[in-house]
Design a protein around this ligand. Sequence first.
Ligand SMILES: [Cu+2]
Length: 332
Amino acid sequence: MVSNGSMHFMHFELILTQKACNLTTVYRDLVRNGGDTLSFFGGEYVAGDAPVANGAKSVGSVEAGSHTAVHRWVGDPTQPNSEDMGNFYSAGYDPVFYCHHANVDRMWKLWKDLGIAGHVEPTSTDWLNASYVFYDENQDLVRVTNEQCVSLSKLNYDYVENSKEVFPWRNSRPAKRSTSSQVASTAEVPTVDKLTFPVSLDKILKVRVKRPAVNRSAADKATASEVLLINGIKFDSNKFVKFDVFVNDKLKDGVVTTPCDPEYAGGFAQIPHSDMAKMSMNSAARFGLTELLEDTTTEGEEYATVTLVPRAGCEDLTVGEILIQLVPLSST
Ligand SMILES: [Cu+2]
């Protein structure tokens, strides 16, 4: 009976831990990694650009994070390519797809309403005029532009006002590490210039990347966010691919960091396009470092130690470039 009781207690603890971790995931997608327009929305595809196979547009923070995670979780793992929600061609067959994407739309609204500098929608005419065709309720084709979708009042719907009840993740920034938990010396880890790119992610990759500035002041952080760029991510679009990114994750011996910890920068994940012939995709990812460096007490470090951990489908995935940039928050 006693062991049964403690089992229940452990189970309860795990649920609480998972819930807190999930809230941290939403916080990361909307705040930490969504600090500027490009980081939140992902790269724009513009007419005249190179086709997908050659271009390298970055994914958005929600898109590659919680959005893709839900596709994967709800997909059918017994199917070779994780059908229905777990695959591009079949996701719309599952009615939950529409609930899921309505919530992604809501996350856009929440991101905008946070009122954080840098949370600005694209303003280029090209983006505003981009259009799509849909069937309306009379089965007539109608053309809809981005501009017509940006304003919820034009669409005649809205979401519940921000409140504690619908905003439980707002205070889910990871707890700050004490200085003593970090092991500063990582001289055995190669610097990025010692690697030959493109580099394979068939195993864990650990590299030190020089930061453009150290000990940035609050004023510096208000004008530019520090962003880790993983460019030229090439992979096979036929299968689910995922890798995780940790920064300054070398803690005391025996302490293993997880996606619930402040060292977790985020992940890159793509559900497969299994109806296509084998096709090489080229993408990129952006991870916000400003808060991460504060949370891990490493703002004073000249280099960031970046760890890429392959999780699925990375046997033939390669990375073309890893660098850190300051992104001005006034730019849109
Ligand atoms: Cu989706």
